[in-house]
Design a protein around this ligand. Structure first.
Ligand SMILES: Cc1cc2nc3c(=O)[nH]c(=O)nc-3n(C[C@H](O)[C@H](O)[C@H](O)COP(=O)(O)OP(=O)(O)OC[C@H]3O[C@@H](n4cnc5c(N)ncnc54)[C@H](O)[C@@H]3O)c2cc1C
Length: 541
């Protein structure tokens, strides 16, 4: 089939560049999507708001930022050459190295000529006559393509609570996901950190060491578990390089895309001593093993979950010297794993320092930000720096920030007012040729992203080979998927907390479990079956 080559059309509103496909987002998902679509022979332009490639690893530069996936499983699995060339320095790699890695990928695979940075997409409108999407950037620049892939990320749309007086603060303010490239100097300063989620837990121990004084404002205590990071020895590096195919095979087979896999037993089917022995064994292991190699019913049985939750609370109590502070840090209002488990290094020890204070916002909520600092219900605190570690409008935020209009001018924002509706999390009824390269599977992100990108690539190849102009799920197929996903979520403790998994951190956001509460292999199988049946449930025209 002849490729539609990149071209430019002159219009009354100025020139519009034409492509076969447009990708939005230059993170792990978007870079791979660009590579695969170029490999198909398509003309592609990737747009990203950022000043560099890397997505998450471009924006999040705060001290301590790193991934909690094992490095050898986070890197792309699709290029044997890349796997052999790249050396990971740490077992859980930090932001600078992750950003370097994705830049290396962009160079190695000659992706840069197809990437336009500092380009925020503000709208995307489907033209039913030509079956093309037209996107517009903040600058007014426009471009058109038959296929539009949204690789805009799950944790991209940063969230800052609308505190009264926020603009009046005279000191420095930073949101963790818009951290400056220049080093922020905390030496001798009075610093506030609002939030105690996974990001804050990485940042607090490092800022505590440097700042004159650090006050942590906590709304919800989290179950934090030791990361146990370390440098990768040359022997381990060589071992990984020799066994990447087995490592990746394992990641494709486990429930969550990691090399960790759940213990096949139910927690209460073994004796208390045996349970404790497994908990202690997992506790000294690195990474998410405490969560994802635990008894298989930890996220379905309240009894099993509470048994481990109490074990974690006792670990916290043992590390924090002041028993009053320890109780504030020990979560009691949600099951273990119902919020993303932060992995930490010296987090709890930070509260044993003389220069660190914990403020429990359940007891004394923030009333406003003042020119001098933060006013809670009982007093005003003065600061030189306020850090907002207040997270993201997860999954849907980056999409609904773009004015996306499908058939009949229907907006995505309206369509999703009662929660996101998709088929397989990948396409949306009445929004033809629009693909969501955003993983809703719960698991190691790059493993899921590769699966999704490959599904989208195969789908686009199919549409072109069969000479269809458009593909979108039927409304019935979409409704069936939404119902199926909701039924799965009902039985899962993942959905049982006031977390970003359910949109609870964003006032007014419809409470819907935003992940697909099934295993990664089950999700992959379902997506593959739909494709194998000629995209069953999808309308090809
Ligand atoms: C601090 C942190 C730690 C994490 N740790 C882990 C971990 O341990 N393991 C794991 O599996 N995952 C982790 N994640 C999740 C992480 O987001 C994924 O691993 C992965 O980086 C997502 O890649 P992506 O390409 O899908 O999206 P992103 O990397 O988020 O990239 C999306 C890109 O889209 C761009 N974009 C969005 N909207 C627009 C627009 N309108 N116009 C132009 N550009 C736009 C953004 O600028 C961004 O560059 C972490 C996330 C964060 C924030």
């Amino acid at each position: 089939m002849a490729n539609v080559q990149q071209s430019t059309t002159a219009t009354a509103q100025g020139p519009i560049e034409q492509f076969d496909a447009i990708v939005i987002g230059a993170g792990v998902s978007g870079l791979y999507q660009l590579y695969r679509l170029r490999e198909l022979g398509l003309s592609v332009r990737l747009f990203d708001d950022a000043g560099g490639v890397g997505g998450t690893w471009y924006w999040n530069r705060y001290p301590g930022c790193r991934f909690d996936s094992e490095s050898e499983t986070y890197g792309y699995s699709w290029s044997k050459e890349l796997l052999q060339e790249w050396d990971w320095k740490e077992h859980f790699s930090g932001q600078p190295e992750n950003e370097r890695y994705l830049n290396y990928v962009a160079d190695k695979f000659h992706l840069r000529p197809h990437i336009q940075l500092k380009s925020r997409v503000t709208s995307a409108v489907f033209d039913e006559k030509t079956n093309r999407w037209e996107i517009q950037l903040e600058s007014g620049q426009r471009a058109r393509a038959q296929f539009l892939v949204m690789a805009v990320g799950i944790l991209t749309a940063r969230y800052t609570p609308p505190f009264e007086g926020i603009e009046s603060f005279k000191g420095e303010s930073y949101h963790t996901s818009r951290w400056p490239k220049e080093k922020v100097d905390f030496a001798g300063k009075r610093v506030a950190c609002i939030g105690t989620g996974a990001t804050a837990v990485q940042l607090i121990p490092l800022v505590a060491k440097e700042a004159g004084h650090l006050t942590v404002f906590q709304r919800t205590a989290n179950y934090c578990a030791p990361l146990r990071n370390g440098q990768v020895s040359p022997e381990t590096q060589a071992q990984w390089k020799a066994s990447y195919s087995e490592i990746h095979k394992k990641c494709r087979e486990t429930a969550t895309g990691f090399t960790h896999d759940f213990d096949p037993r139910k927690a209460m089917s073994v004796s208390k001593e045996e349970r404790l022995a497994l908990y202690e064994k997992l506790w000294v292991q690195p990474g998410f093993s405490k969560w994802l190699a635990n008894y298989r019913d930890i996220m379905t049985s309240r009894e099993a979950n509470e048994d481990f939750a109490e074990f974690v609370r006792n670990k916290i109590r043992a590390r924090v010297k002041d028993p009053v502070v320890a109780e504030k840090l020990a979560p009691k209002d949600h099951p273990f794993g119902a919020k993303r488990i932060p992995l930490e290094t010296d987090y709890y020890e930070a509260y044993n320092r003389d220069n660190v204070v914990l403020v429990d916002l359940k007891e004394t909520p923030i009333e406003r930000i003042t020119p001098k600092g933060i006013k809670t219900s009982d007093r005003e605190y003065e600061f030189d720096v306020i850090i907002y570690a207040t997270g993201f409008d997860a999954f849907t935020g980056a999409l609904t920030q773009i004015d996306i209009r499908g058939e009949g001018g229907q907006t995505l924002k309206d369509k999703w007012a009662e929660g996101p509706k998709t088929c397989l999390g990948l396409q949306i009824a009445s929004f033809p040729n629009l693909f969501l390269a955003i993983s809703t599977a719960f698991g190691n992100y790059p493993v899921c992203a590769e699966m999704i990108v490959e599904w989208i690539t195969d789908c686009i190849r199919y549409v072109r080979e069969k000479e269809y102009a458009r593909i979108a799920p039927t409304l019935q197929a979409e409704e069936a998927w939404v119902q199926h996903a909701a039924e799965l979520a009902e039985g899962s403790l993942f959905a049982a907390g006031n977390s970003w998994f359910v949109g609870a951190n964003i006032p007014g956001k419809k409470r819907v479990f935003l992940l697909y509460a099934n295993t990664v292999p089950a999700y992959r199988k379902r997506c593959a079956e739909v494709a194998a049946k000629g995209y069953e449930g999808f309308l090809l025209q």
